[in-house]
Ligand binder design. Structure first.
Ligand SMILES: C[S@@+](CC[C@H](N)C(=O)[O-])C[C@H]1O[C@@H](n2cnc3c(N)ncnc32)[C@H](O)[C@@H]1O
Length: 266
């Protein structure tokens, strides 16, 4: 399989460092609180689905040991970045819909900020069930852009002030609403389903630092941004600056994620 085959990967064919400047700055902070949901013990076999350049992978390596971590992503540059950062981890090119792993081979399967982009979430939940051992845990997290992912919310609101057809992250970023991931796990047959709300922040030294992240072209927002002509981009920059209260100097943005875990029945 080549990465272009997976629709959700198309906006993620970038370097790991570029991703970090845009989204990794949040996902690195989300990983430790999200990983709590899976109650991992040292030596448990875990899979990081949609690993990107490896923000959650790093946390999983710390918790269970590199030889117990496997990771998969449909973006070839992210797979390369994750493998370079975590040489002892088995990192594969593949999708959540068709995990390249054996039945009943994992104690936990985690997906951080990935369900937004998968084409068939129910098929993904069925795949998680397949690779988990009885009693194993599936956990996923997703930004709630309707309520509290300030960076994406402000970007969409700004873009839509002058372009009603601009992508609305609240619509595009599926499965971030309260109870949505929990419902997905229940539909798939998971038990002991628990949901939590996670909050992280990111600090910016200036508005230019934030804007440079969008210019990397990553994800639906970044792709939209670099698809505009120069005038459009300037107008969007001004609108976003206003939305964020015209920050002069350093500022901090908050991000709220929904996380839910479920257990494969024994
Ligand atoms: C916002 S990034 C999250 C990356 C990483 N988990 C993190 O927390 O930084 C979304 C990731 O989902 C991956 N992705 C998109 N569609 C996917 C699919 N169908 N199956 C697995 N991963 C997918 C992208 O390639 C990208 O790495």
């Amino acid at each position: 399989m080549v990465d272009e085959d997976v629709e959700g990967a198309r906006a993620f064919l970038h370097s790991g460092d570029a991703y970090d400047r845009f989204m990794g700055r949040y996902s690195r902070r989300l990983a430790p609180v999200f990983a709590e949901a899976a109650s991992l013990s040292r030596g448990a076999d875990v899979i990081d689905v949609g690993c990107g350049p490896g923000a959650l992978t790093a946390e999983l390596v710390d918790r269970v040991g590199a030889e117990h971590v496997r990771a998969v992503d449909p973006s070839a540059p992210f797979v390369a970045a994750c493998a370079a950062r975590h040489p002892a981890v088995d990192v594969r090119l593949g999708s959540a819909e068709h995990l390249p792993f054996d039945d009943e081979s994992a104690d936990a399967v985690l997906a951080q900020l990935v369900l937004h982009f998968v084409t068939d979430p129910d098929a993904v939940a069925a795949e998680f069930l397949r690779v988990l051992r009885p009693g194993g845990v599936a956990a996923a997290s997703a930004w709630d852009s309707r309520e509290g992912m300030q960076m994406l919310r402000a970007f969409s609101d700004a873009a839509r002030t002058f372009d009603p057809d601009a992508p609305d992250e609240a619509i595009m970023l599926r499965l971030g609403g309260e109870g949505e991931i929990a419902d997905l796990w229940r539909r798939a047959g998971f038990v002991d389903v628990e949901e939590t709300t996670l909050r992280v922040t990111s600090d910016y030294t200036s508005f230019d630092e934030l804007w440079a992240g969008f210019l990397e072209g990553i994800g639906p927002a970044g792709a939209y941004c670099i698809g505009l002509d120069e005038r459009g981009r300037a107008a969007l920059r001004d609108a976003l600056f206003l939305r964020l209260g015209s920050p002069e100097g350093a500022f901090t943005l908050e991000a709220l994620a929904r996380s839910a875990s479920g257990r494969r029945p024994l």
